[in-house]
Write a protein that binds this ligand. Structure first.
Ligand SMILES: [Zn+2]
Length: 253
């Protein structure tokens, strides 16, 4: 549709106006050349070490990216500390250990070097805070690239369900996203999202560290899932796929 020109618009196109506008443009560009861009423009504030951008999912996965990586798997709780005990046939400590052992086997098959903070029902470093300190010490002393702490969730609300991945330092956010996305895709449960929280092991670990909650032992259906080997195997595969995608973002070694 054509719009008829008004008299005012016609005035904008007179040679005098065009000449004046050209002079203004030249002056502004000249000032920027001499003085540099205005403060704050074109320069982002100094970032913390950037999170790696995740590579997209790929059929067949990124198993190659795991070769030679040092990965600490930390099954939560252990020994006298059973973790959450809900409706599941297994306490949280047993769910965490079994899932970690399954993930360790898969990672080792892909050429990764895995350190488990515990391989049996013995919490490393005793109980309480001293155990958490020992888990972080193991992560530091083994020259780990990343650390994944494995847990199951509990809530006074029996309808609470789903998987959550926690991180503390922004550098670990992309690792958390990668693992959470794979968990949600494989376990087909509620996506409670990636969250930042002050858990000691993920805050104190000297490498990108995350804490996964594989589901709620207090939810009737999810408790049954967590008690099944198939669900824990799927969770282990999801953790491994998430790690593979994360390391693929580092590029080929
Ligand atoms: Zn726990």
């Amino acid at each position: 549709m054509r719009t008829p020109r008004t008299g005012a618009l016609d005035a904008l196109y007179t040679p005098a106006w065009v000449g004046l506008m050209l002079v203004v443009v030249v002056l502004v560009l000249g000032a920027r050349l001499v003085l540099g861009p205005p403060q704050g423009a074109g320069r982002a504030p100094a970032p913390r070490p950037p999170s790696v951008e995740l590579v997209p999912r790929q059929p067949g996965g990124y198993g190659w990216s795991l070769a030679g990586r040092r990965i600490v798997l930390d099954p939560g709780h252990g020994g006298a500390d059973a973790g959450a005990v809900g409706r599941a046939a297994m306490p949280e400590k047993a769910i965490a250990l079994d899932t970690a052992l399954r993930a360790a086997a898969l990672l080792e098959r892909a050429g990764a070097r895995v350190v488990l903070t515990r391989r049996d029902d013995e919490a490393p470093g005793g109980t309480g805070q001293s155990s958490l300190v020992e888990r972080v010490r193991l992560t530091r002393n083994t020259g780990a690239d990343v650390m994944v702490s494995i847990h199951a969730d509990a809530s006074p609300d029996p309808s609470a369900r789903g998987v959550t991945t926690y991180y503390y330092h922004p550098e670990a956010a992309s690792l958390a996203r990668a693992i959470q996305q794979e968990l949600v895709a494989r376990l087909g449960t509620v996506d409670r999202g990636v969250r930042s929280a002050d858990f000691y092991v993920v805050r104190a670990a000297p490498v990108p560290a995350v804490l996964v909650e594989l589901g709620f032992v207090t939810h009737p259906a999810e408790a049954r899932s967590l008690s099944s080997a198939g669900y824990r195997q799927a969770a282990a595969e999801a953790i491994v796929d998430g790690l593979a995608r994360y390391f693929a973002s580092w590029g080929r070694p």
